[in-house]
Design a protein around this ligand. Structure first.
Ligand SMILES: Nc1ncnc2c1ncn2[C@@H]1O[C@H](COP(=O)(O)OP(=O)(O)OP(=O)(O)O)[C@@H](O)[C@H]1O
Ligand SMILES: [Mg+2]
Length: 252
């Protein structure tokens, strides 16, 4: 990928591995259903953390609670030490957390270009800055379709568009919910490589990914969600070395 070097955050500005996002004892309800029952995990600068678990285990709810789309009933969402729990989604986004929802949610009646423009935000001093041209370097297919109505794009193209629109907010950390679901294998590879490149350029990533092979390949750390809280935190190697964990918390 031929992205210009201007978007790389100087190493002197980030302490590798230090905590950027700290989720502390996060609780969330839908009505009377107590879905998140004390979720805690850290995302360091330069990390890709995969949030794994069975269907319905609360992975999307965790992402939505971090974003303020589901108001947390207790707990903290600390970004560089600033607690964002309970803040409105736009404020969480402006603070530097971007979200790519499971449902993709493109503006169907706007063109690809217009969708991308909608995502643009002022840059943060300690996060890389992205341009629309860089998005087209990631996904040349989007450039070819820049004047097309987003509602007419394929599922894979819509996924690319949503990732790019979120990235144009110049986030410090991006939450991506099931980016490869329903995509053809070739497009899965393209999206996986783009996530790795986003990470290499200095944006931390929280990834909800059903395909274990992709998650294990691109993550620096994994968290397993079960019974409303994190039941395992470790490296991809530590997880694969423990088949019982996979059986207990991931097997269907
Ligand atoms: N809007 C909602 N209202 C009520 N219950 C909900 C709502 N959204 C999710 N739930 C329930 O909360 C639980 C966690 O859902 P969540 O969407 O976080 O799961 P998930 O791990 O992302 O799984 P998947 O994406 O496979 O559905 C599930 O039992 C689900 O049925
Ligand atoms: Mg989900």
């Amino acid at each position: 990928m031929s992205l210009s070097s201007q978007s790389i955050v100087p190493a002197s500005r980030i302490a590798a591995g230090s905590s950027l996002l700290q989720i502390r004892d996060l609780h969330a309800h839908y009505g009377k259903s107590h879905i998140l029952q004390g979720v805690s995990f850290d995302v360091g600068h330069g990390e890709v953390i995969s949030l794994l678990g069975r269907n319905g285990s609360g992975r999307s709810t965790t992402a939505r609670a971090i974003m303020g789309l589901v108001p947390p009933s207790a707990g903290q969402v600390l970004l560089n030490g600033q607690d964002l729990a309970g803040a409105r989604p736009y404020a969480v986004c402006r603070a530097g957390i971007a979200f790519v929802p499971e449902e993709r949610e493109v503006f169907a009646n706007l063109s690809v270009d217009e969708n991308l423009q909608m995502g643009m935000q002022p840059r943060h001093p300690d996060a890389p800055e992205w341009s629309i041209e860089q998005m087209f370097d990631f996904f040349p297919r989007l450039k070819e379709r820049r004047n097309t109505r987003a509602g007419n794009l394929s599922g894979g193209e819509q996924q690319m568009l949503t990732i790019c629109r979120s990235l144009l907010g110049n986030p410090k950390v991006i939450l991506i919910d099931e980016p490869t679901e329903g995509l053809a294998p070739k497009i899965v590879t393209v999206v996986g490589e783009a996530i790795q490149e986003i990470h290499r350029r200095g944006v931390s990533v929280v990834l909800v990914e059903q395909k274990l092979t992709i998650a294990l390949k691109i993550s620096t750390g994994v968290c397993l969600l079960g019974h409303g809280h994190i039941v395992f935190r470790g490296t991809p190697d530590e997880l694969t070395a423990n088949p019982q964990l996979l059986k207990d918390w991931l097997a269907v």
